[in-house]
Design a protein around this ligand. Structure first.
Ligand code: PMP
Length: 286
């Protein structure tokens, strides 16, 4: 089956989908994105992703070309047209095509480019890695200073992912001024007793939609949440560690820079939070 993708209001076969070489997204990484996971044909945490999309666009003064209802309809259309049971919908909005290359933003009225496509991932919620956990290595965080905006400038996280793979790990935790910021495409946590520790929100990290939901569920389950940064050494000494993201949900981390975390196996807190997150977010899936 040929995948159908969305380009500026049209549904087209992927081999006929195109954007201009002058698109600001292509020339300057001048665009933002969202990834919404799909479980059982339904969208997880859709409203949260729309809130963040609008914030990212507004921080960059890119006009929002569609309403929430339009985005929802397009997401649902793509899921149906591509027969997605489990997987994700990728959405990207760029500042559009000014018809030439210029550092100045294009004139008002230049239409933003909107692209959406699906990725099928059967059994996404049953990823075998959730039973064994990920290994991570630390790398210096060399990204720009507005990581709270979900831009498409993903070269450094991509380089960090490759370094992690080269070092035999599943992912990298980025470190700035000696303290963990986040994973290449996820938020980072440690667990000490009944306390879940994760870096506070600021311009230094992406405000994960999964993070917000998991912290809410953790508090509801009477766990204590401490929003503060931590070092790699502290993480290596923790009882457990894990990451969250829209596509990995809650994923345990069992080793950091070669040092086993806790027992070196998936711990009860990460396991429980994963269960709660999947259970609760399916209830509000649309
Ligand atoms: N941090 C970074 C750098 C990310 O790229 C992502 C995933 N896009 C996250 C955190 C997790 O965010 P979310 O839970 O909204 O997927």
């Amino acid at each position: 089956m040929t995948r159908t993708v969305y380009v500026n209001g049209d549904y087209v076969p992927e081999d006929q989908a195109s954007v201009s070489v002058f698109d600001r997204g292509f020339l300057m990484a001048d665009g933002v994105y969202e990834v919404v996971s799909v479980l059982g044909g339904k969208l997880i945490d859709f409203d949260g992703h729309m809130v963040r999309l609008k914030r990212s666009l507004s921080e960059l003064a890119i006009d929002n070309p569609l309403s929430d209802e339009d985005y929802l309809a397009a997401h649902r259309d793509l899921v149906a047209r591509n027969d997605i049971t489990d997987g994700l919908v990728y959405l990207q909005v760029t500042r559009g095509n000014p018809g030439d290359r210029d550092f100045a933003y294009p004139p008002a009225g230049t239409r933003p480019t909107v692209v959406m496509f699906t990725q099928s991932k059967p059994g996404l919620a049953d990823a075998p890695a959730a039973k064994t956990g990920w290994t991570v290595v630390s790398v210096e965080d060399l990204r720009w200073g507005r990581r709270d905006i979900k831009t498409v400038q993903l070269l450094y996280p991509s380089m960090a992912k490759m370094e992690a793979k080269a070092r035999g790990a599943d992912d990298a935790w980025m470190v700035e001024d000696g303290r963990v910021t986040e994973g290449t495409s996820n938020n980072a946590y440690i667990v000490k007793g009944n306390r879940i520790i994760t870096r506070e929100l600021s311009h230094d990290i992406l405000h994960g939609i999964t993070r917000a939901a998991v912290l809410r569920f953790a508090r509801e389950a009477q766990m204590q949440v401490e929003e503060r940064s931590f070092t790699i050494a502290e993480a290596q000494e923790a009882d457990e560690a894990f990451i969250t993201s829209a596509s990995a949900f809650v994923m345990p981390v069992v080793s950091i820079d070669g040092a086993q975390v806790g027992s070196g196996a998936v711990g009860p807190v990460a396991r429980r939070l994963r269960e709660i997150y999947l259970e609760e977010s399916l209830k509000t899936a649309v």
